[in-house]
Design a protein around this ligand. Structure first.
Ligand SMILES: [Zn+2]
Ligand SMILES: [Zn+2]
Ligand SMILES: [Zn+2]
Length: 176
């Protein structure tokens, strides 16, 4: 016996052709509008499934380089095949706690900044807030270039207002 359908597709189609809106029909039979649309347009469902399968096949796992189902996030650097995603989850996710990839400590979820791309980590960043602050600071030091006037390290022009090529100190002296 075929499994019972959630709602009668033919009936939904008739009601739609008779002028009822998709929203009304979906609400009255208790299904999502997406489900209803797929019922009304089966071809759309088929092509969307094909598209999703194709999309998942094309990606490469950033850890093992294997074929990938794009588990882990939407950023290519965070693509994982299912087995790497499971491994990462087992070693960096517990109830209410996550492991920081920088300091390797287990901390409460709230100790990590939000990152909606990290689906495996409940939408939290891979590094904790403390490590993020330190990493950002180190990054700012790394990109510094010498001031045109005194030669002391300064942030590159695009990082400061004015784009003068001067460190903050020399800039203020000039504009006094
Ligand atoms: Zn992998
Ligand atoms: Zn940390
Ligand atoms: Zn200077």
């Amino acid at each position: 016996m075929a499994p019972a359908r959630k709602f009668d597709w033919d009936d939904a189609k008739r009601r739609y052709q008779a002028g009822e809106s998709q929203a009304e029909i979906a609400r009255s039979v208790g299904v999502s509008r997406t489900a209803l649309r797929f019922a009304l347009y089966p071809l759309e469902l088929a092509s969307s499934r094909k598209y999703t399968a194709e999309w998942q096949r094309q990606a490469v796992c950033a850890v093992c380089g294997g074929q990938c189902g794009r588990y882990g996030g939407q950023d290519p650097a965070s693509y994982r095949c299912r087995s790497c995603a499971n491994k990462a989850q087992a070693t960096s996710v517990r109830d209410n706690e996550l492991r920081c990839q920088t300091c390797r400590e287990w901390k409460h979820d709230l100790a990590f900044p939000h990152n909606r791309l990290e689906t495996v980590r409940r939408g939290r960043h891979r590094s904790c807030r403390d490590c993020n602050t330190a990493l950002r600071k180190a990054y700012r030091e790394r990109i510094k270039v010498p001031c045109d006037k005194c030669g002391k390290p300064r942030l590159p022009a695009q990082e400061t207002q004015g784009a003068t090529g001067l460190c903050r100190n020399c800039y203020q002296l000039r504009h006094q």
